[in-house]
Unconditional design. Structure first.
Length: 136
């Protein structure tokens, strides 16, 4: 079977490109790499330096202006990884300081998750895997 090497790009349709760019830049640290406005779309390409994740934010000029609804087919939640629980707790503190809409960290056997929402209500999460014991 051919192999996948990882996640290459995330593309999100947004209601307000500029508000979304500000959120992903200021809250999560993405850097703007290019802006392309053509064919009825406003598009901004971003990259997160530490993780290498590429993010495209696209505002369609004929957008319905509805908030994200996970009950529709497509994206349910976008989860990004962090190294450990300490990092996750630092993010939770940052979200509180920046007034980012988020829920408390949830701890489960496989790891811990911090849910939060972008300006369109897209459910995002940060995940820290549980530390493995000697038995794995």
């Amino acid at each position: 079977m051919p192999q996948l090497t990882g996640l290459a790009r995330i593309t999100l349709s947004v209601r307000d490109r500029d508000a979304s760019v500000a959120f992903y830049r200021d809250v999560l640290g993405f850097k703007v790499r290019a802006r392309r406005d053509q064919d009825g779309t406003l598009r901004t390409e971003c990259r997160h330096q530490a993780s290498g994740v590429l993010l495209a934010l696209i505002q369609h000029r004929d957008n319905f202006k509805n908030r994200f609804d996970r009950r529709h087919c497509g994206l349910d939640r976008l989860t990004l990884g962090v190294a450990n629980l300490g990092e996750l707790e630092a993010w939770e503190e940052r979200f509180g300081e920046m007034d980012v809409d988020h829920l408390p960290i949830v701890h489960r056997e496989e790891g811990s998750t911090l849910l939060f929402y972008d300006p369109d209500g897209t459910e995002l999460a940060l995940f820290a895997p549980a530390e493995l014991d000697e038995e794995g």
